[in-house]
Design a protein around this ligand. Structure first.
Ligand code: MUC
Ligand code: MG
Length: 382
């Protein structure tokens, strides 16, 4: 039996290429929790748990993710059979409520280790990839319409992205609609324009917002109202042609079932971290498919590591009607992978190789580590 010998966690702070202005926070750094599992046969699995904007997006912070893993998950897993991923998921679910991102980080490392030992990609463990590449959106969130337009035009010219998600909800509804209309007018039919309100609107705001967005040619609105406002989401879904996507409302399969039952979305943004891991995300996907909803592969702006893991799962899904936003590594000043994920021709490529198909660059890990990085940065005069 291949046993789980050791589990280590580390916090990485990586600067973003520009300020990323969301309704609830402006990000200049992204923080990832890295998990490394060492198995008794010498194999190693890596995983990542990442959220957005400290505690402003959701109930887990990088520090709580790390402490949930170190204090409650690690002691339960040491000495267990490393190949028994389902057994580990079930045990952790009994011992730890919520904390879905922490669970995801550990689960990714378990799948990665298993895939490496079997010499197959993790997609194979989910029945096999049916896509080698997937369409990938970019988020325009500089906080300035002219900068966003220039960024969008450059992305289209270089054939990197032709799907744009605009982060709105910080300004007034009227200003936001004008901002979206300007960008849609600038890109025309060359790109799909969507927005993410990150729960900032009341139902009343959202009625005006959806009307204006629809008239401006915006195709989709993500989580316009707070996550628990199922009835408001249902009213908006049924009241407008523009597609309504659930994001913050979807924390695992139980939420997926209740959102689908309430017809409180047209589209599911499926995030592996928010779902509670690859397995639970696959259940969210199954519920969305059974309910006839559109699917979209969401991100928590993770590094290449978790992005690779997400790609393993989403490459197995028959139809992602709204594509993906698995662009996290591109928002960071440096990729922490030895071989970065490839973005070209408006798509992201599914990494090959065993496990999640990602290897870390040890120098970058040491540099961005919250524990060791300070000394290295001081020595380098950074
Ligand atoms: C979110 O709420 O969807 C995804 C892309 C982005 O820019 O922020 C996120 C989080
Ligand atoms: Mg969102």
């Amino acid at each position: 039996m291949t046993k789980i010998d050791q589990i280590e966690t580390m916090i990485l702070d990586i600067p973003t290429i520009r300020g990323h202005v969301l309704s609830m926070a402006t990000m200049r750094t992204q923080t990832a929790v890295l998990v490394t599992i060492r198995f008794s046969d010498g194999s190693v699995g890596i995983g990542e748990g990442t959220t957005i904007g400290g505690l402003s997006y959701g109930p887990e912070s990088p520090e709580s993710i790390r402490s949930a893993i170190d204090t409650y998950i690690v002691p339960a897993l040491i000495g267990r059979n490393g190949d028994d991923v389902n057994g580990a998921i079930q045990l952790i679910d009994k011992l730890v409520k919520g904390n879905r991102i922490a669970k995801t980080a550990v689960e990714i490392a378990l799948w990665d280790g298993l895939g490496k030992r079997l010499d197959v990609p993790v997609s194979q463990l989910f029945g096999g990839a049916v896509h080698g590449r997937l369409p990938v959106a970019w988020t325009l969130a500089s906080g300035n319409s002219d900068t966003d337009i220039a960024e969008a035009q450059q992305m289209i010219e270089t054939r990197r992205h032709n799907i744009f998600k605009l982060k709105i909800g910080k300004r007034s509804v009227r200003e936001d609609v004008a901002h979206v209309a300007r960008i849609k007018q600038a890109v025309g039919d060359a790109a799909s324009v969507r927005v993410d309100v990150n729960t900032a609107w009341s139902l009343q705001d959202a009625r005006w917002g959806l009307k204006g967005l629809q008239e401006a040619g915006c195709e989709l609105v993500e989580q316009p109202v707070p996550a628990r406002y199922r009835r408001a989401m249902a009213e908006l879904t049924q009241g407008y042609e523009i597609a309504v996507m659930a994001d913050e409302a979807l924390n695992g399969p139980e939420d997926a079932l209740s959102v689908a039952n309430a017809r409180a979305a047209d589209v599911f943004a499926v995030k592996i971290g928010q779902s509670g891991g690859l397995k639970r995300a696959s259940e969210v996907i199954a519920i969305g498919q059974a309910a006839g909803l559109g699917l979209y592969a969401g991100t928590m702006l993770e590094t290449g590591l978790s992005t690779a893991a997400a790609l393993q799962l989403f490459s197995t899904v028959e139809t992602l009607a709204w594509g993906t936003e698995l662009f996290g590594p591109l928002l960071l000043t440096e990729d922490i992978l030895a071989e970065p994920i490839v973005y070209r021709d408006f798509c992201v490529e599914v990494p090959n190789g065993p496990g999640i198909g990602a290897a870390l660059d040890p120098d970058k890990i040491a540099f961005f580590s919250r524990d060791t990085g300070k000394t290295m940065k001081a020595a380098a005069g950074a």
